[in-house]
Design a protein around this ligand. Structure first.
Ligand code: ZN
Length: 309
């Protein structure tokens, strides 16, 4: 089983104000983890630079043009209360999009069994017409639409275990019966959406909120009954993961108490599901995770699972 690892040094050039949790060191922590000999079998590729038009798969043209136009020559420009752009941000964001799209291409063309895309900024808070929560473009959502458009994939499941609700992905797929968006997340917590009653106009939005201090056992039960059962019944032809690792107990931005083994478990469960319905086709895209230690350990378990261990 070959696992593709997609990243790019441009992810380090999306600068943020000092003290901002969504920082370049996150990618360094992932890279340090995957430098271990244990991961020597990964096929490593650089995330290609996407044309801005690729983002129009989910965002309107004028939104994409506004983000491109906002890119500063120096310093920072504020996009929303906790989202900024530096001179390197646009390239990082477009390579995050390009990396996710490339991973879908590689999996669909059977060049690899599955893929992990580690880029920043993250994407799942980016709505159709609104950047927020550290996110500019929603690369996981773009990857889902790309699979539909370029390969005629009938049904895509986008599973999001980031501790925050992916309001952006929910917004994008609210009326799209061909993409199931299924999320576990802490409530109450930013961004405030994600109640179980939010189901989309085609009943393909699945929200499974967890409570502060819920641990791995509670997460696993909720994930099995709430997420896996629904996604299994949906029988997707491709499984995407919005893989945030901020539900780890060490994370400073939230209060769930998962540990790294829970992410390995969830990965294997989704791989089994992908084997049943999708020929094993699975692409994981990094979202949050703000404890460098928690992120590193979680990525190790996640990628171990992707590699069939
Ligand atoms: Zn998050």
């Amino acid at each position: 089983m070959t696992t593709l690892y997609v990243s790019h040094p441009a992810a380090l050039d999306h600068a943020v104000h000092p003290g901002h949790p969504e920082r370049p060191d996150r990618i360094r922590a992932v890279e340090r983890t995957l430098e271990n000999e244990r991961f020597a079998g990964l096929v490593r590729v650089l995330a290609p630079l996407a044309e801005p038009t690729v983002a129009t798969l989910v965002h309107p043209e004028d939104y994409v043009e506004a983000i491109v136009a906002a890119s500063p020559k120096s310093g920072f420009v504020s996009i929303d209360s906790d989202t900024t752009m530096s001179p390197g941000s646009l390239e990082a964001a477009l390579r995050a999009v390009g990396g996710a799209v490339h991973a879908v291409d590689a999996v669909m063309n059977k060049e690899c069994a599955n893929a992990f895309v580690a880029m920043r900024p993250p994407g799942h808070h980016a709505e159709k017409t609104r950047a927020m929560g550290f996110c500019l473009f929603n690369q996981a959502a773009i990857a889902a639409r790309h699979a539909r458009k370029a390969y005629g994939v009938s049904r895509v499941a986008l599973v999001d275990w980031d501790v925050h609700h992916g309001n952006g992905s929910q917004d994008i797929f609210w009326d799209d019966g061909d993409v199931m968006y299924a999320s576990t997340h802490q409530m109450p917590l930013f961004p405030g959406t994600g109640a179980a009653s939010e189901r989309g106009s085609k009943d393909t939005i699945v929200n499974v909120p967890l409570r502060p201090n819920d641990d791995g056992a509670v997460f696993r039960e909720a994930f099995e009954k709430g997420v896996l059962a629904r996604v299994d019944a949906f029988a997707p032809d491709l499984v995407l993961i919005s893989a945030g690792f901020d539900a780890h107990h060490l994370d400073p931005l939230a209060n769930l108490r998962l540990d790294e083994t829970d992410f390995g478990w969830a990965t294997r469960k989704l791989m089994e599901l992908a084997d049943r319905h999708a020929g094993g086709r699975l692409v994981s895209v990094l979202e949050g995770g703000y404890s460098l230690e928690g992120l590193g350990k979680s990525v190790a378990h996640h990628v171990d699972a992707l590699m069939g261990r």
